[in-house]
Design a binder for this molecule. Structure first.
Ligand code: ARG
Length: 562
């Protein structure tokens, strides 16, 4: 039920063609104070067209709008204020949420089309960084959101599994490595080897040359090099999988950079045939001067291909394989130039779908105002962070609800939920200050707060015998009305989060809804034995439906007890 469009249609009818309905819709506002009604129409624009005073027009309109969904429509100075019929509308809203359940807010905007989402994409043999965590949770949520809107999400982990660093790693492993320690603690061990390589290379310059030679061997398919690379990749991927399974995230493909090795010649041929490849100091590039951008580097002087070449090839492969209608790349904003270049090269090649490629950038995670780094000594291992969060969540639950069943499971869901929510409640381009204590709080704008609100609503429902076949008559009070209005907004919020690629829209909405529910809970005796009990219980049930579905869209579980 789109109340704005009902209001707009009624006003337009009264206006007899002075303004088209689309313009009327754009002018409609939400009044500042609830005593000014639920919806307002300012008459200034109309006054100019009709050459009357806005106050006069407001009176005329208010007298003419008559619709059963409005309890009253009044003129308030230059505004037409509409007051909805709380009973009819709350009945409609509650009924439709109960009936649709978790499908509430779903649409078919996407028409079953594919959207590829390139996200997470960590680098093999390096720790999973905070930046990769951001990409992972934002990308995962976007996948849920696009599916909610009727698209099919193709989740792609574009692993960083190729590049000169593997030459360095092979050299380091052969000189100082040991099979057992790599197996026991792959990421840490491989990182140590990598760091050691750089340290040693400062005084032994021949190491760099050796590394280049080993990478060349790898590219040429040398057996020993290939075996080591495969092994590093497998061990790293196993480590990353632990994080994905903790977060409850799955991918459709792990085709990373290496997957495109044998497909790049073809890309380069296409660039040649279209005559957009030029030479600059022995390297092959695509000029982007006309866009005021530096050239996109395709092939280095030594013949090695680059990050951009792989991304061009990957985009072509994805279009051919998935015929995506949008291709999203959830990658930090520091790679903006790279994606601009890649997309423009594809445009220069004449692919119309290049316009549908979208870089979805995000900011940094900061610790004490500084970027959290995974280099050298200051690395933060994500798994440790998650485990710390679980320990803290356990303590919180132990203090709050020591007799809770499945405590471990709940603590895990709360810890993960707090990590994800802490990220997604911020507009993605903002930098985020990292604080375990902050994000695990049960009050304030946190994941546990929303989860706790959901659990509290569920506990009310547990006290009622039959909540499966609730018949709602609608509610008239102001307290419930505020809640109903929020519930009504959920579908709009989802659409907005899709258009902006902003899960934060949903996270913020869930905070508001939780606050509104807790207010209601404080003001109203929900289980009082009167003739409105059934209606209040139905309202509480709709709140649990929307909270848990909203959390699901963020990638967060909603425990029924905590
Ligand atoms: N592995 C890259 C990094 O860690 C991110 C890859 C993003 N995806 C892409 N198609 N370039 O910086």
């Amino acid at each position: 039920m789109e109340l704005i469009s009902i209001f707009a249609n009624e006003l337009t009818k009264c206006l007899k063609g002075i303004l088209p309905v689309s313009n009327v819709t754009k002018l409609i506002e939400k009044p500042r104070h609830t005593n000014q009604g639920d919806i307002a129409f300012p008459c200034f624009t109309l006054a100019k067209i009709a050459k009357k005073s806005p106050n006069q027009i407001a009176i005329e309109l208010a007298n003419n709008v008559k619709h059963p969904l409005f309890a009253k429509v009044v003129a308030d100075g230059p505004y037409v204020n509409g007051f909805f019929n709380k009973k009819i509308i709350s009945k409609e809203v509650i009924h439709s949420i109960l009936q649709q359940g978790e499908k509430y807010g779903s649409t078919q905007i996407g028409n079953g089309e594919n959207i590829t989402i390139d996200f997470s994409s960590p680098n093999i043999a390096k720790p999973f960084s905070m930046g990769h965590l951001r990409s992972t949770v934002i990308g995962n949520s976007l996948a849920h959101i696009v599916e909610k809107c009727g698209y099919k999400a193709i989740r792609i982990n574009h692993l960083g599994d190729w590049g000169t660093q593997f030459g360095k790693l092979i050299v380091a492993y052969k000189k100082w490595g040991n099979e057992q320690s790599v197996q026991q603690n792959p990421i840490k061990e491989l990182l140590d080897l990598y760091v050691k390589f750089h340290k040693e290379a400062e005084s032994h310059s021949h190491l760099e040359a050796e590394a280049r030679m080993w990478f060349k061997k790898l590219e040429d398919g040398d057996k020993e090099a290939k075996t080591l690379w495969k092994w590093f990749r497998k061990e790293s991927l196993q480590e990353f999988s632990k994080i994905y399974s903790l977060l409850g995230i799955e991918f459709d493909t792990y085709h990373g950079e290496a997957f495109y090795n044998d497909k790049m010649e073809e890309t380069i041929n296409v660039l040649k045939n279209q005559e957009i490849l030029s030479y600059s100091d022995g390297a092959e590039v695509v000029n982007l001067e006309e866009f005021d951008l530096p050239p996109c580097l395709i092939k280095k002087t030594d013949g090695a291909t680059l990050y951009a070449t792989r991304d061009l090839t990957a985009a072509l492969y994805r279009q051919e394989t998935y015929h995506f209608s949008k291709g999203l790349y959830v990658v930090g904003h520091e790679q903006s130039l790279h994606f601009k270049q890649v997309f423009l090269v594809l445009e220069k090649l004449g692919y119309s779908w290049a316009k549908e490629l979208v870089h979805v950038p995000f900011g940094f995670i900061l610790k004490d105002g500084k970027k959290m780094s995974t280099r050298k000594g200051e690395i933060v291992l994500l798994e440790e962070v998650i485990n710390d969060a679980i320990i803290l969540a356990n303590q919180n639950i132990e203090a709050k609800n020591p007799t809770l069943e499945h405590k471990e499971e709940v603590a895990k869901n709360v810890a993960i939920g707090s990590l994800i929510f802490h990220d997604l409640k911020n507009e993605r381009l903002n930098n985020i200050e990292f604080s375990l204590e902050e994000m695990l709080k049960f009050e304030g704008e946190t994941g546990p707060y929303v989860q706790y609100t959901h659990a509290r609503a569920c506990s009310i429902l547990r006290k009622v015998k039959e909540t499966n076949d609730l018949q709602a008559e609608g509610l008239e009070g102001e307290e419930s009305w505020a809640l109903v209005k929020h519930l009504m907004e959920f579908p709009t919020v989802i659409k907005k989060s899709l258009t902006l690629y902003e899960p934060s829209q949903i996270a913020k909405y869930l905070i508001d809804l939780s606050q509104e529910f807790n207010k209601y809970y404080g003001l109203v005796k929900i289980l009082a034995e009167d003739n409105q009990k059934q209606n209040r219980v139905a309202l509480v049930k709709t709140v649990t439906i929307v909270l848990s579905e909203g959390l699901r869209l963020l990638g967060i579980k909603a425990p029924e007890e905590m």
